[in-house]
Design a protein around this ligand. Structure first.
Ligand code: CP
Ligand code: NVA
Length: 315
């Protein structure tokens, strides 16, 4: 049966650790200029209904580094669900390519594509989740702080796609997660069981969220598709800026994280984003390595299996 990578809830903890270990290994090979063309002759179709820098470049570069080829299909080209039904797009693409990546609005579009495609589908961001970003963030945390399951992460900002994926990550990897969101911007109710199971703290007080944190994470206040709400959001999120004052409540030397793109001077100040504790460019770099691991896993599961024993969960 084919696997997809649409969220973190449908991978096991062993797979999660193995993917991170495989990504680290692939990263060291890139650094050592070693080639690993496991996907020679394989093709990836990338469907984008929203803009992107990191996601597009890292999938395209990653596929090339693995010996394969990626094709960019922008918002005006395919018209998924408009020019042609999701089902027909899925069935056509499945006849030509080995793998599909989609960035879209409704998460259901990604799920339907995955259901209808006979090839694996990767979620490159929906309004609900951004699992590839989370894998890159977790790899970055591991590189800088070691064991994930002893870390306290504060997410300060909108209870939207990134916050939801952090809840899934906390549930899967056993991180301590504290979400600080303005009233009315808390995570979607459907995450309540996972919030409870993972013991996630949700507060409307950003200082409480950040208290004692090993890493402080933020995301834009106005996500793609919400542009018309930008002025209201700037008002509602004003007290949630990640700045020097707020960071005083975190652990000394707490890591500063952001998925990017950043809106400098809004959710984060320049001095913090560019400061010595910022790991935002490591997160961006790690998109490349984790997505190579994800593509390899989906197309050559035996490669991931070699990393599974070494990734045995500790809990
Ligand atoms: N973090 C992220 O997904 O960046 P892009 O929107 O540029 O792809
Ligand atoms: N929450 C942001 C993330 C961008 C990577 C958005 O959806 O626009």
């Amino acid at each position: 049966m084919k696997r997809d990578f649409v969220d973190l809830s449908s991978i096991s903890i062993a797979e999660g650790h193995a993917l991170l270990n495989l990504a680290s290994w692939l990263k060291s090979d890139v650094k050592n200029q070693l080639e690993h063309p496991y996907l020679r002759g394989r093709t990836l179709a990338m469907l984008f209904q929203k803009p992107s820098l990191r996601t597009r470049i890292t999938f395209e570069a990653g596929m090339a580094q693995l010996g394969g080829h990626a094709m960019y299909l922008g918002p005006t080209e395919v018209g998924i669900g408009e020019r042609e039904s999701i089902k027909d797009v899925a069935r056509n693409l499945s006849r030509w390519v080995d793998l599909i990546m989609i960035r879209t609005f409704a998460h259901e579009t990604c799920l339907e594509l995955a259901r209808e495609a006979s090839v694996p589908v990767i979620n490159g961001l929906t309004d609900l989740l951004h699992p590839c970003q989370l894998m890159a963030d977790l790899l970055t945390l591991k590189e800088h702080r070691g064991d994930l399951d002893r870390l306290r992460v504060a997410f300060v900002g909108d209870g939207f796609n990134l916050a939801h994926s952090w809840i899934e990550a906390a549930d899967l990897f056993g991180l301590e997660l504290r979400l600080g969101c303005p009233a009315g911007y808390e995570p979607d109710k459907s995450f309540a069981p996972r919030v409870k199971r993972a013991g996630v703290l949700i507060t409307n007080d950003p200082k409480e969220a950040v208290s004692g944190a090993d890493a402080v994470y933020t995301d834009t206040w106005t996500s793609m598709g919400q542009e018309r709400e930008a002025a209201r959001r700037r008002r509602d999120f004003r007290a949630f800026q990640v700045n020097r004052e707020l960071l005083k409540h975190a652990k000394p030397n707490a890591l500063v994280m952001h998925c990017l793109p950043a809106h400098r001077g809004e959710e984060i100040t320049d001095e913090v984003l560019d400061g010595p504790n910022s790991v935002v460019l490591d997160e961006a770099e790690n998109r490349l390595h984790v997505q190579k691991a994800i593509m390899l896993w989906l197309l050559k599961p035996e490669v991931l299996e070699r990393w599974t024993d070494r990734a045995a969960p500790r809990k």
